[in-house]
Design a protein around this ligand. Sequence first.
Ligand SMILES: Nc1nc2c(ncn2[C@@H]2O[C@H](COP(=O)(O)OP(=O)(O)OP(=O)(O)O)[C@@H](O)[C@H]2O)c(=O)[nH]1
Length: 582
Amino acid sequence: MESLHVPDVNPPHFTSTAAAQSRRATAFFVRSSMLCSSWTGVRRCTPASLCSRSSFSREVWSFVNSRSVIARRPMRGVVRAEMFGQLTTGLESAWSKLKGEDTLTKENIVEPMRDIRRALLEADLSLRPSLMLTYIQVSLPVVRRFVQAVSDQAVGTGLIRGVKPDQQMVKIVHDELVKLMGGEVSELVFSKSGPTVILLAGLQGVGKTTVCAKLAYYLKKLGKSCMLIAGDVYRPAAIDQLVILGQQVKVPVYAAGTDVKPAEIARKGLEEAKKQNIDVVIMDTAGRLQIDKTMMDELKEVKRVLNPTEVLLVVDAMTGQEAAALVTTFNLEIGITGAILTKLDGDSRGGAALSVKEVSGKPIKLVGRGERLEDLEPFYPDRMAGRILGMGDVLSFVEKASEVMRQEDAEELQKKIMSAKFDFNDFLKQTRAVARMGSMTRVIGMIPGMGKVTPAQVREAEKSLIVMEAIIEAMTPEERELPELLAESPTRRKRVAQDSGKTEQQVSQLVAQLFQMRVKMKNLMGMMQGGSIPALSNLQDALKADEKAPPGTARRKRRSPSRKQFVESTSSRPSPRGFGSK
Ligand SMILES: Nc1nc2c(ncn2[C@@H]2O[C@H](COP(=O)(O)OP(=O)(O)OP(=O)(O)O)[C@@H](O)[C@H]2O)c(=O)[nH]1
């Protein structure tokens, strides 16, 4: 029964320099932001914030971030497509209660603090109201400590000049959220000699087997060779699942069937990995419906045999703050080094991400945000805090964009954007690249200000994308390259409409949209590259002024003087008003 499943070929490892990443991402970022805003019809893409974060370097980001945390307040009354939707909305109600106040006092923070407490508790409890014990033992103490820390700082800190009390509160909550979630990124530890061994544990169905493959995929990108060991002997399908996943990731899988004890499988698998000079060995183990003694004993035995570098508990984010209790129990029983939180793309309310470190003392090292192999990433407390507060996650966006876009494509796109020659082929390419980054909800959630769209708007956007693709596919290669042909010829538009099964108006709209995008993207790109920061109001005016009716359906708008002036002098814009302005 013992077998080693070796895949045919190894895919090349992905390497990219920071500079290349930045170039690719700049083009991609402008493009995706434009796409998202036009698809959803939501003008919350706050271009000033896009521009002010456009250099994509860590230094600039951290500088801007510290300011933007204060300067940008999430907007109210909008349902979020993001996982933290309810939590974010709850927190916003706290800021809104501080509007009009001149300073933060013990008295005026009482109400907002109550809102914050409620938002944090509801972040997970309304998901499983039956978990009263978890509520009393885990959630309440964590939330109490958090609220106390925020209150102490709110009344203890002097107001920063030019910063309103509600903005200052956002900043305090942001920093406390980062602290609560562990502060720094907790990197995976690699063994200095011999293979690094990662033992995965967890309850049934949390995503262990999937994580094995995702982790191998992730580590291969870091240049490590990997081997998987199939140790889930209670679910034969789990072995087959791992073998198939191993083939997909192109890593060998060691399996010995279901009749051998997991500890024995572990020992032999490790021997095999040593023989093959493998860098990282990842062991899958069986899950149970709940923690029981047999399971723990078996895990302890496997751990003893493997002497792993990392023991990671895979936890489902949907379990809310129960996750923190689980991590604590596993840590006490077998000793773990950290957790992997899966299904963060689901309908969880973020309770697990918030409390694991605080309750168990063990960090979340990685998070799973989808079912695809590439949907595993390091856990960044600061980025997560940004998402919770509705501020997007530019860095994750940049990284994802760099993965799906080739450098040459980015450079070509950049040139086309700058010369306003962006055509339907580029449109299609970009749309597909955005789709490869993950679900629309996820992509939108990463863009500052774009997290605030309703699920209905996301669905609408997805639908209109399908329509757009159908229309573009019905165009001739010439028409794709020269959209002017369509703009000038109603006969061509009619033919495209017929061939794509869409209406002429839809075709006209798409053509008009492409021309609008050319102007907008050129403006945004110019500013992002020039490094100048436009005044938000001017930029929004400019974007609005660009709107024109589809060809042949309405009169053209005249450019307003302010719009004209803006286009001509994009590189000499003043900085935004408010915090940080001179
Ligand atoms: N949406 C989403 N689904 C996930 C994620 N991770 C895993 N899944 C799904 O969760 C289901 C269970 O995953 P498995 O990897 O089989 O879970 P397991 O822990 O190995 O299950 P057992 O072997 O029964 O203990 C599968 O359908 C996965 O595709 C994630 O991050 N997001």
